[in-house]
Design a protein around this ligand. Structure first.
Ligand code: C2O
Ligand code: CU
Length: 537
């Protein structure tokens, strides 16, 4: 079976609020389908690439859509064909993967249904998807310029939080013209999910925020978490769901409240001092009008600076007892990634083990396969940091920080452990939350802890019994997160912080495995760097 869909963004450059209610097709497929997406770049001046977030691209590493890693950018006027198999049911995403383009609105949902005759471990009547995002008024180009300037100009907190592309902004406080800010326009009413009283809804909630960690809640309704990043979760009930950029969850909601009114859905920033009003939506009980405001004040979400409940939720996510795939009990290699900020030649960066990542001119997949080894640094990047002397609670100094485009080469089929280690930023008493996303694989989440990871003691506490598999995981402030994966997917794969500005500032690494097993590369991924002139008709 094949599903065909085409995504043709007509405009990614943002302008005011007029693009809030942009139509984003959801890609619906069934497990085992081959999905073909023909992407035509109708932007006037911008390149693009589209990543299929959570799809492992087994056997098709060139369809991962990661500009600079797996392909050259799709230039204006060109059409690029992505073709890949969706080999596992679940909730996934697609989004731009060129510079910081994602946050301009090029994203959508991928929903892969289970094969015929397969029964999921929970029941529901209807299936709905929403994507949560944050929204900036400045263009990503202006933001990027600030990030790579001396003095450094941080992007700051977003102007709005959006639920399924819709948000609000106090027009009177901005110098916006009537046509970009018109509160009586029906497009300006909050997004509503209509429910039939008595029914059970599977709500697929995803976050593609540029920066914000979020809490999501529905007034008067508990949520039962049943899926995370395409894997069934041992069900647990929450009042609010913490969600980080790049994560997807399915929650079950029962429409069992007073049906004579609507209810608030809200999302708010956690983990950073919020300077953005909450995002609002309606849970609309049929037959009430979907734009009828609930009679109550929208409930406030949890307090932003309490890390404990967020760590508790992370720890609560375990594989469903009928769907446990246990990880290998030992690993072949342990790589520790210290996450820090630093200054390199006066520029502000994010770094891993004091190395800030930069993309080469020739995408890695091509350079590796064609053995163009001069295209990127061949000095292996560090496997850890000076964990004896480094003080994770103090302002990072990192006098020896550098930039590099070197990559981690993994033995094919080996088991790799990654320890993400958080630390203080360059600001006193500050450590941020980083959602790390791995392309091409799922990893087992073996554990989370507070403070500095202890190589002797902490591995003894790993969950090797029923760890969840995910593709995106939070690294909590001043904490560590331990992951394990099998390097069994030939290709070149990005692993990075899903905060746009952080990755732009160097917070990422690339893994290579089994490059000799990668099939013939399509010429459509070429055309830049040393392949300039190749691949263009
Ligand atoms: Cu959803 Cu490399 O990202
Ligand atoms: Cu980050």
């Amino acid at each position: 079976m094949r599903s065909r869909s085409s995504v043709a963004p007509s405009r990614v450059v943002k302008a005011g609020l007029s693009r809030f209610a942009i139509a984003r097709p959801t890609i619906l497929a069934q497990e085992g389908d081959t999905v073909i997406v023909e992407v035509t770049n109708k932007l006037l001046l911008e390149n693009l690439a589209i990543h299929w977030h959570g799809i492992r691209q087994i056997g098709t590493p060139w369809s991962d859509g990661t500009e600079g890693v797996t392909q050259c950018p799709v230039v204006p006027g060109d059409t690029f064909k992505y073709q890949f198999k969706v080999d596992r049911a679940g909730t996934y995403l697609y989004h731009a993967h060129y510079g910081m383009q994602r946050e301009s609105g090029l994203y959508g949902s991928i929903r892969v249904s289970v094969p015929d005759n397969f029964t999921e471990p929970f029941a529901y009547d209807y299936d709905r998807s929403i994507i949560l995002t944050d929204w900036y008024h400045k263009s990503t180009y202006e933001q990027a310029t600030g990030l790579s300037s001396i003095p450094f100009v941080w992007v700051g907190e977003p102007q709005s939080l959006l639920i399924q592309g819709k948000g609000k902004f106090n027009c009177s406080s901005a110098s916006l013209t009537a046509n970009t800010c018109n509160t009586s326009n029906p497009e300006c009413s909050p997004y509503a999910i209509t429910v039939i009283p008595g029914k059970t809804y599977r709500l697929r909630v995803a976050s593609l925020t540029a920066l914000s960690a979020l809490s999501f809640q529905i007034e008067g309704h508990n949520m039962t978490v049943v899926e995370a990043d395409g894997h069934y979760v041992e069900p647990f009930v929450v009042k609010n769901l913490f969600i980080y950029s790049g994560e997807t969850y399915s929650v079950l909601i029962q429409a069992d409240q007073d049906p004579s009114r609507n209810y608030w859905m809200t999302t708010n920033v956690v983990g950073r001092l919020p300077n953005t009003t909450e995002g609002l939506g309606f849970l609309n009980y049929y037959p009430n009008h979907p734009r009828r405001s609930p009679p109550t004040v929208a409930p406030a979400g949890p307090i932003w600076n309490d890390t404990a409940p967020r760590v508790a939720q992370s720890l609560a996510i375990k594989a469903h007892h009928d769907f446990i795939v246990t990880p290998p009990t030992t690993s072949d290699r342990v790589i520790v990634f210290l996450n820090t900020q630093n200054e390199i030649n006066g520029y502000r960066h994010w770094s891993v083990n004091n190395v800030s990542f930069t993309l080469p001119h020739t995408p890695y997949l091509i350079a590796l396969k064609k053995k163009l080894h001069h295209q990127f640094s061949q000095t292996p990047p560090p496997e850890g940091y000076d964990s004896v002397n480094y003080d994770i609670y103090n302002v990072s100094k990192n006098p020896n920080a550098t930039t590099s485009n070197a990559i981690y080469r993994l033995g094919f089929n080996t088991t790799v452990d990654i320890i993400l280690q958080n630390a203080n930023t360059m600001t006193v008493n500050n450590s941020e939350t980083h959602p790390w996303h791995l392309h091409g694989h799922d990893f087992w989440v073996l554990g989370y802890g507070d403070g500095k990871f202890d190589m002797n003691k902490d591995p003894k506490k790993y969950n090797l019994v029923n760890p969840i598999r995910k593709n995106t995981v939070p690294l909590h402030p001043y904490g560590w997160t331990a992951l394990r994966f099998k390097a069994d997917n030939p290709g070149a794969w990005l692993f990075h912080c899903h905060i746009d500005a952080h990755f732009y500032m160097g917070m990422g690494v690339v893994f290579e495995e089994g490059i000799d097993k990668v099939g013939k590369l399509p010429s459509s991924i070429m055309g830049c760097g040393e392949t300039r002139g190749v691949g263009r008709p």
